[in-house]
Design a protein around this ligand. Structure first.
Ligand code: RIB
Ligand code: CA
Length: 313
């Protein structure tokens, strides 16, 4: 079977890093056409640095990395150093990247790639704020129908917010961009906190990463040990939630996940609930279903897949 062509749009971020490593460890399944970086967890200069550090950690310096939008469409940038540390990739000591950043802007790369590749053959995998994706859709509306699928990490419903009482971080940072993407008409799978908070790196799971004994395994163990403290303090979680790797794992093994096709819309006016994703889970409106909203996963199966694949790098 030919590998699925994907573009990873990301704001690394330790969990983004694990998502990227899982993709790069699966070349028979996924053809990473490029990694596009966006401001989110940390400013763009750092997300573009971190993405290249991760590619080199995976010994894949040939993966093209692009810098994209350095701020949301219409709001000031909000970052998350309180979760990910000042570099965004705190935890392991990793060398500065040697591989270059591509000259082309990430948005231009997304537009050009979707126009070049056969329609319906490229999947977009946003792991951060949706600024790059929304900007591409605004600049080139013709590409929307050429997208095979958008599998994104963002939003929450039953789980409510992690950056405000109502909103999940990726959506909160750029709610206008999220609104554009959710209303675009593209085929969308949403990985909200409702499912990612069930993908927790417990101590035995972290030990399994470390037991790989490889630079990748040890670095992933160190990354998840670093960023678990936020969720442990806030939620009393048993470990770090692997938000973004749920996107990659869905592409590799969708049977690990379950959800419901529902209408999902985002608050873009009220400051009280700005960025809140409202999922009509119980079908109480006649608003059309626009996304597969994932609510559950086989966590043991997820970690078995992840650990096995990381062991290949
Ligand atoms: O709310 C979790 C999301 O925000 C993840 O993508 C994490 O990396 C941060 O970007
Ligand atoms: Ca992210």
């Amino acid at each position: 079977m030919t590998p699925r062509k994907i573009i990873i749009d990301t704001d690394p971020g330790q969990d983004d890093a694990v998502a990227i490593l899982l993709a790069l460890a699966s070349p028979e399944d996924l053809d990473v056409l490029g990694i596009t970086c966006v401001a989110g967890n940390v400013p763009l200069t750092l997300t573009a640095r971190n993405a290249r550090i991760i590619c080199e950690l995976a010994d894949k310096p040939g993966v093209p990395v692009y810098a994209g939008c350095d701020r949301p469409l219409g709001r000031a940038l909000v970052t998350a150093e309180h979760v990910h540390g000042k570099t965004g990739l705190d935890g392991p000591e990793l060398p500065e990247p040697k591989m270059p950043l591509q000259d082309q802007h990430a948005v231009d790369f997304i537009v050009e790639t979707l126009r070049r590749e056969d329609a319906g053959t490229v999947t977009l995998c946003p792991l951060g704020p949706l600024t790059n994706i929304a900007t591409a859709f605004q600049r080139a509306p013709d590409i929307v129908e050429r997208v095979q699928e958008i599998v994104l990490m963002g939003g929450a419903y039953f789980e409510v917010g992690n950056i405000t009482p109502a909103a999940e971080f990726n959506i909160y940072v750029d709610p206008e961009a999220a609104d554009i993407v959710l209303k675009s008409g593209a085929s969308i799978v949403v990985m909200p906190l409702d499912v990612t908070h069930k993908a927790l790196v417990t101590a035995p799971r972290n030990a399994a990463f470390r037991a790989l004994g490889t630079p990748v395994g040890i670095a992933v163990a160190q990354m998840t040990e670093f960023f678990e403290r936020f969720d442990k303090e806030k939620y009393g979680s048993a470990g770090a939630p692997l938000h973004d790797p749920c996107v990659t794992a869905y592409l590799l093994a969708p049977e690990l996940f379950s959800g419901r096709r529902v209408n999902v819309e985002v608050e873009t006016h009220s400051e009280l609930t700005m960025g809140m994703t409202v999922a009509d889970w119980w079908g109480v409106t006649d608003r059309p279903a626009n996304a597969l909203f994932i609510g559950d996963l086989d966590a043991d199966g997820f970690f078995a897949l992840l650990t096995d694949r990381l062991g290949r790098l």
